[in-house]
Design a protein around this ligand. Structure first.
Ligand code: NAD
Length: 353
């Protein structure tokens, strides 16, 4: 049994689906179901006895203690976070509460549980903290990509709170000996991605005939990784990573935002041509840049490749095509998110166990 936090969000739900497809080991999925948590993502495992969904907050120490005592998971995979940079600019308080205080409360509950385990179980236990490359700050065009030893220099409230949580995790390993692992991954894309983020937003707006907003000059560079490759990497780190270590995860796919948008328009032009003719590119509109917008992120993923033999299975070209196709095939999911209908889904449909 493993315990996943934030398993109703974008990456967490992909991870839970992937985990249950690859293993027979059950998952407790603890998620607060904020606006970003969506049980529609988990329809495929709704009645799977190996999936136990618990609606709850990682700040709730009593709930955490009870879940750990009752289910005795051998590992924690910690995804739960406030994750949207723009929201962190307009309202950082939730980011402090979940990303910093929530990670602290989770670490405290896990430490107490772990310290009481018999020696052999203590040694085998793992706490895997899922983090971002944004903690490293921004790169110039000619700078080498981030490695695991790049100094932290977060620039947004989101990345600052993730950096703080990374440091807390690190300290619990060095101070208490908790067997931790931290992963710092680049931008993910793929199925179940909430349409406030660049790729699903562009696909949704293009199809709705709305404008495709580009921040500033659109030349901000990100490294992109298909979400199922991230899930595979996390499984690999969980099974074989060295405790106390951090692993950078990336796809070697540096792309300027404008190029990503052009690619999406071109794939849509091919798969779903506009009824009115012309290209989706005509809907592009430039908007004021995000304050403090980092110019470039790039990940050096050689450590995880060398030590754990992980490599992404998808290139950007194959992954982005699959992603567009997924959104074309899953209109109902997008509509539910846009209308807010998914927010009442738990009450209507989910059988609590
Ligand atoms: P998401 O916003 O889609 O999902 C976050 C999930 O956490 C949601 O289901 C939400 O309900 C839940 N949650 C929020 N606050 C909670 C709380 N207090 N208690 C319990 N659950 C809570 O995020 P995501 O994009 O899936 O990212 C998951 C993790 O991966 C985050 O830690 C993020 O920092 C990290 N990450 C994301 C990316 C990316 O490109 N999306 C890249 C690298 C790392």
């Amino acid at each position: 049994m493993i315990l996943v936090t934030g398993g109703a969000g974008f990456i967490g739900s992909n991870f839970v689906l992937d985990w249950l497809a690859q293993n027979n080991e059950p998952v407790i999925n603890l998620d607060k179901l904020t606006y970003a948590g969506n049980l529609n993502n988990l329809l495929a495992v709704q009645n799977d006895p190996r999936h136990l969904f618990v609606k709850g907050d990682i700040n709730d120490g009593a709930l955490l203690a009870q879940l750990l005592a009752q289910h005795k998971p051998r590992a924690i995979v910690h995804f739960a976070a406030e994750s949207h940079v723009d929201r962190s600019i307009h309202g950082p308080a939730e980011f402090i509460s979940t990303n910093i205080n929530g990670t602290f409360s989770l670490l405290e509950a896990v430490r107490a549980h772990w310290q009481a385990l018999p020696e052999a179980e203590r040694a085998a236990f793992r706490f895997l903290h899922v983090s971002t490359d944004e903690v490293y700050g921004t790169l110039g065009p000619d700078d080498a990509p981030f490695t695991e030893t790049t100094p932290y220099a977060p620039n947004s409230p989101y990345s600052a709170t993730k950096a703080a949580s990374d440091h807390l995790v690190r300290s619990y390993h060095h101070t208490y000996g908790l067997p931790t692992l931290t992963t710092n991954c680049s931008n993910n894309y793929g199925s179940y991605h909430f349409p406030e983020k660049l790729i699903p937003l562009i696909i949704a707006n293009a199809r709705a005939g709305k404008s495709l907003p580009i921040y500033g000059d659109g030349q901000q560079v990100r490294d992109w990784l298909y979400v199922s490759d991230h899930c595979t990497a996390i499984r690999r780190v969980l099974e074989s990573g060295r405790t106390g270590e951090t692993y950078n995860i990336g796809g070697w796919n540096e792309k300027a935002n404008l190029d990503v948008v052009h690619t999406l328009c071109d794939i849509l032009d091919e798969l779903q041509p506009k009824a009115t003719g012309g290209s989706y590119r005509e809907q592009i509109s430039y908007v004021a840049d995000r304050p403090g917008h980092d110019r470039r992120y790039a990940i050096d993923a050689r450590k995880i490749e060398r030590e754990l033999g992980w490599k992404p299975a998808e290139t950007f070209d194959t992954g982005i095509r699959k992603t567009v196709q997924w959104y074309l095939d899953n209109d109902a999911w997008v509509r539910d998110v846009q209308s807010g209908a998914y927010l009442t889904w738990l009450e209507k449909n989910y059988t609590a166990r």
